[in-house]
Ligand binder design. Structure first.
Ligand code: XIL
Length: 733
């Protein structure tokens, strides 16, 4: 029984889209993965640099650090003549000891500032000269103290307005109307940079802001920096804070902002990256802290996608981007609250799937050229065949190109998010993006494996089918399905030059379940024809293959997405197999829940199949009725059933087939004479070694085993179509 549970677990695991990462070497962190691109930084608090596990994580993953709060004016210089170095020193010392570079943050900001600088002892406003003197002393003192370890400073933070009202004759104020601006106009910006440059001429000096990809604010930042530079102000870099969310900014806005800023500066740092799982964005200190509940999978997928996309853009701009800093070490540390889930490490400091997406990026994907030769999804040589493996009438999407990329399109102007479950290497699907007309489009990140794929759409969390394609039963529901043309597709195509058999529905009584059940029966082209003449004329009788589907599928799966009938027609026409009947019925697998799989014995199904369906077929069709004219095979969980039933009822079936459905062990076969073929197969992307090994062992035990590996395919229907093609000629010999 233990073995049984293990096999079933392995099967089900193989059936679910497993998350396989292109693994970076163990022990390598983000900093190593990005060594040819940019430094990867993290904002830290005092706990992060004094808790051993967190210290180890920082050292493992990052090569740049920022003090989240401890170097801000309010922290180090809360009152005139009062300096608090404790927090800042502990962070600087950790950086020194760890050989991690430190970004200085920040010298001049409207928030968390040394507001006393604006007032005299009696609380009256000071003149700007007094303010400048104080600011200069502040900047000199802080910059000098950390000169040896801080390589760049955010000198001025957030001096540009978020929104500006302009109308004809009125130019709105591009600057934030802070105390600084009210006292000094934009001159305080120039002064702050000059003071910092005096204090450390070697430090790189940054202007830092949020919503920096918003085209309006971007242009205001650009204009300000340009104006300052023209006046000789030493601004060397622009800090893009990067407080984003799962819906935006768009790739284009990020790309455009980097491109525009790079006209002015040689250094761009992404200084405070985090991606909220709601619609809030930016650096305002007001935000919702989220509700304590697990993140819905579709929101997780959107976040994975957003991180993935923006890192692709960052990598593209590696010439100008020298550092990307996450704002906080883990969700637990996030200034946004743990329930915003904004970072690659979770509240237990464990890497989330998105961490692996970022670390194990594939440069080939960044540089991939997707050919623009997309055509509507269709594998069949004969259009409108009624076989449903093409788009619905008049539907242009989904489309497939010659490389196997898939392009999707959906009109849903008011939707907030659309995700297609196909794509991103099984890591959450393809996220579509909306154009200005409200039309959502997207292309899979990779070419898809050839053959048939199930998929669905998730629109704002609701799972629905794609109106462009037909539905196929899989995952216990009618799913959308589509085809990537395979190089060997001729063997399952509908051909005009080939005689065709029939697939017909049978309704048979099932006493054991009290139901009328369905089976679909493929009969070969010559079925029912009389051979011989006159009194000697008789109808030929055929052997029968009972062919089972997998866990979430049903009795329609083999002849629709499996193309079982077409495969037989083609094989028979080419003289590769003798004609036989195929019976496809429901294997009662849909109700087996993951927690209950240990209890699954296929006993009830065995009764339906062997004691009810086999006699019904034998009395209603022209069959040969002995065990050497009967085979049973199944894919995935249907293979599991096949193994159980063939071993319990050796008198019924003489040929066994497990297609991605486990293996027989030599000791399973009580009598070598009970079976004439043990066919076992899987895709090369499954566990081909298990098939090879088992086939060897069976053969060594003198059993008639044949193994087959389908090249380049996974736990999907092309593996099983090919397996049927390979198995059929070996049956009933
Ligand atoms: C945030 C810190 O993370 C919080 O702990 C603090 O309460 C407020 O400031 N833009 C910046 C950062 O430049 O300094 C801010 O950091 C986040 C927005």
């Amino acid at each position: 029984m233990k073995q049984t549970i293990k096999t079933l677990l392995t099967l089900l695991l193989a059936m679910t889209a497993t998350e396989t990462w292109a693994n970076a070497p163990v022990g390598e962190g983000l900093k190593d993965a990005y060594k040819d691109y940019f430094m990867v930084g993290v904002a830290v608090n005092k706990r992060n640099v004094s808790t051993p596990e967190q210290m180890a994580l920082v050292r493992q993953e990052f090569n740049s650090m920022t003090a989240e709060n401890d170097m801000k004016p309010v922290s180090v210089h809360p009152a005139e003549g009062v300096w608090n170095w404790g927090g800042a020193d502990s962070i600087a010392n950790f950086a020194r000891q760890s050989g991690i570079k430190l970004r200085g943050h920040c010298l001049c900001w409207h928030s968390q500032f040394s507001d006393w600088m604006f007032k005299d002892k009696k609380g009256r406003p000071v003149k700007k000269e007094v303010f400048y003197q104080r600011l200069r002393e502040h900047i000199h003192t802080v910059v000098n103290r950390y000169k040896d370890v801080v390589y760049c400073w955010d000198v001025v933070n957030e001096a540009i307005a978020d929104n500006v009202m302009s109308w004809p004759g009125h130019e709105g104020n591009p600057y934030r109307e802070s105390q600084h601006w009210k006292l000094c106009g934009d001159e305080f910006i120039a002064k702050a940079f000059e003071y910092a440059h005096e204090a450390d001429p070697n430090a790189l000096l940054f202007y830092n802001d949020y919503n920096e990809c918003d085209p309006g604010k971007r242009d205001r930042i650009y204009n300000m920096v340009k104006k300052m530079q023209q006046a000789g102000v030493p601004i060397h870099g622009i800090g893009m804070q990067g407080h984003y969310n799962i819906y935006g900014p768009s790739e284009k806005d990020i790309d455009d902002a980097i491109t525009k800023y790079s006209e002015l500066v040689k250094h761009i740092h992404v200084t405070e990256l985090d991606i909220r799982t709601n619609t809030e964005m930016g650096g305002q200190l007001r935000f919702s802290r989220g509700e304590a509940r697990p993140l819905a999978p579709y929101l997780q997928a959107l976040q994975n996608d957003q991180y993935n996309r923006i890192f692709r853009i960052f990598r593209k701009h590696r010439d100008v981007i020298d550092c990307v800093t996450f704002w906080n070490l883990s969700d637990r540390d996030s200034w946004l609250g743990v329930n915003n889930h904004p970072l690659p490490f979770d509240e237990n400091y464990k890497p989330k799937p998105v961490y692996h997406i970022l670390r194990n990026f594939n440069p080939a994907v960044d540089n991939a050229v997707v050919k623009d030769d997309f055509k509507p999804n269709r594998w069949n040589a004969t259009p409108h065949s009624g076989l449903w493996s093409e788009n619905q009438p008049g539907q242009e999407y989904p489309q497939v190109n010659s490389q196997g990329y898939v392009r999707f399109r959906l009109n849903a102007p008011d939707a907030k998010s659309v995700i297609v479950s196909l794509g991103l290497g099984g890591r959450g699907g393809t996220v579509l993006r909306k154009d200005k007309d409200g039309v959502w489009t997207g292309v899979t990140e990779h070419p898809e494996d050839p053959g048939f794929h199930y998929y669905h759409l998730t629109i704002d969390g609701a799972v629905v089918n794609d109106p462009g394609t037909h539905n196929f039963f899989g995952s216990c529901r009618w799913e959308s399905g589509m085809e990537i043309p395979a190089p060997d597709e001729a063997f399952y195509q509908l051909r005009q030059d080939v005689p065709h058999g029939n697939v017909s529905q049978v309704l048979f009584p099932s006493k054991s379940t009290g139901e009328v059940k369905t089976a679909w029966v493929y009969t070969p082209p010559t079925y029912g024809q009389a051979t011989g003449k006159g009194a000697k004329a008789k109808q030929e009788r055929f052997p029968v293959l009972y062919l089972q589907h997998g866990w979430g599928e049903n009795e329609t799966s083999w002849f629709r997405q499996g193309c079982a009938g077409l495969i037989m027609d083609n094989l028979i026409a080419e003289g590769k197999t003798k004609p036989f009947i195929i019976v496809m019925t429901y294997g009662m697998t849909n109700d087996v829940k993951f927690g209950k799989i240990g209890e699954f014995t296929a006993k009830e199904f065995e009764t339906v199949l062997v004691d009810e369906l086999v006699p019904y077929i034998d009395s209603h069709f022209l069959t040969k009725k002995d065990k050497w004219s009967r085979a049973m095979a199944g894919l995935s969980m249907g293979g599991f059933e096949t193994k159980l039933i063939t071993l319990r009822r050796p008198e019924v079936f003489g040929y066994y087939g497990l297609l991605s459905g486990g293996q027989y062990a030599p000791e399973d076969i009580k009598d070598a004479k009970q079976v004439r073929l043990i066919f076992q197969s899987c895709g090369s992307k499954e566990r081909p070694d298990a098939i090879r090994k088992s086939t060897e062992a069976l053969k060594a035990a003198g059993l008639p085993a044949v193994g087959y590996i389908s090249e380049g395919t996974a736990h999907e229907f092309l593996t099983w179509r090919r397996s049927l093609r390979e198995m059929a000629p070996l049956l009933f010999k």
